[in-house]
Design a protein around this ligand. Structure first.
Ligand SMILES: [Zn+2]
Ligand SMILES: [Zn+2]
Length: 326
């Protein structure tokens, strides 16, 4: 992978550990079906490197964006939440720009939390990239947002007749996991990196032996993110029907076995947020989450309600999104 031509945010300025220790901040009013948005915002608010950056207000001090800026919005929201412990606030800083985050989002409609997360992080990334044009992919991944949430996947295709290998890389902001066959996140990650056979109609053209050949294709995490977001694919494509099954997930996860370089020190991640969907399909139901505050304690965040819980309850949920930090 080509090195970046430009570094937009110095990596040494990303602080992974909380800079202060306090109990959980405010709960969030549900403004007409906004539980999906509340749950996602709460997970982002307790993402230590993002919160540290937003609490410093470094972004708004140098922001040159006129009009809508998702980083300024998140900075205002996170500061308000974390400085209003014990109370409940209205997330209007975010809901008032819902259609700017994603054109199709409509206040009052139930939306998919994972989709909202994707659009929110992309809008933050967009704000960090504004003012820069013609940046190469590598440089685009040096924003503070991409350095926190982003990683790179390697896709490797191996020709089965001549053994030639061809690699390509793509940036990711989260890892989607198929859970139909897996009963744990580690099993789903093994499936994710497991080889897939390309043959018959799916043969690929090998440039080495210059023919259509059967091949094997596999993904590995090539550059690990500082914050790993896993999405358990609970909703079936067309119907939106939900796969309601228990999928185990650990408090500490070693990502090393799923990377391009499986030899080496463990790459340990620690769980800090779990987003849960309750209900039978993606068209309805309710979202809430569990987050670990800077005091190290876990809280259940369910719209206005903020309640202390222990880790054993956190680990026994039908999780939809899992957030881990290095
Ligand atoms: Zn801004
Ligand atoms: Zn070949």
């Amino acid at each position: 992978m080509a090195p970046p031509q430009r570094i937009l945010f110095p990596p040494e300025n990303i602080r992974m550990d909380w800079q202060q220790s306090q109990r959980a901040g405010a709960g969030l009013h549900n403004l007409d079906n906004t539980c999906y948005l509340n749950a996602v915002l709460q997970c982002l608010t307790y993402t230590p490197p993002l919160a540290n950056y937003l609490l410093s207000r470094e972004h708004s001090q140098s922001c040159r964006l006129h009009g809508f800026c998702m980083m300024c919005r998140m900075e205002a929201h996170v500061n308000k939440v974390l400085h209003s412990s014990g109370s409940v606030i209205q997330p209007w800083v975010i809901t008032s720009v819902l259609t700017k985050i994603g054109e199709h989002f409509e206040l009052g409609m139930q939306e998919d939390a994972h989709e909202f997360l994707r659009f929110t992080v992309s809008a933050m990334q967009g704000a960090c990239l504004s003012g820069f044009s013609d940046l190469d992919i590598s440089s685009q991944s040096t924003t503070v947002v991409h350095q926190i949430f982003g990683g790179f996947l390697r896709s490797r295709v191996t020709c089965l007749s001549c053994k030639a290998v061809s690699d390509s890389y793509e940036a990711f902001l989260d890892v989607p996991l198929d859970i139909k066959a897996a009963s744990s996140v580690t099993a789903a990650l093994e499936d994710f990196v497991g080889p897939e056979q390309l043959d018959g109609e799916n043969c690929f053209h090998c440039s080495q032996c210059d023919q259509m050949a059967a091949a094997s294709k596999s993904f590995t995490i090539h550059r690990v993110p500082r914050v790993l977001t896993l999405c358990l694919k609970r909703f079936e494509g067309l119907t939106g029907r939900k796969i309601s099954k228990d999928v185990e997930y650990p408090e500490y996860l070693d990502l090393r076995p799923y990377t391009s370089q499986t030899a080496g020190e463990p790459l340990l991640y620690s769980l800090y947020a779990v987003l849960v969907h309750s209900g039978a399909s993606c068209h309805g139901g309710h979202y809430f989450c569990y987050v670990k505050a800077s005091n190290g304690l876990w809280y259940e965040m369910d719209d206005t309600s903020v309640v202390l819980h222990d880790i054993n309850k956190v680990l026994r949920q039908q999780a939809y999104l899992l957030f881990y930090v290095r």
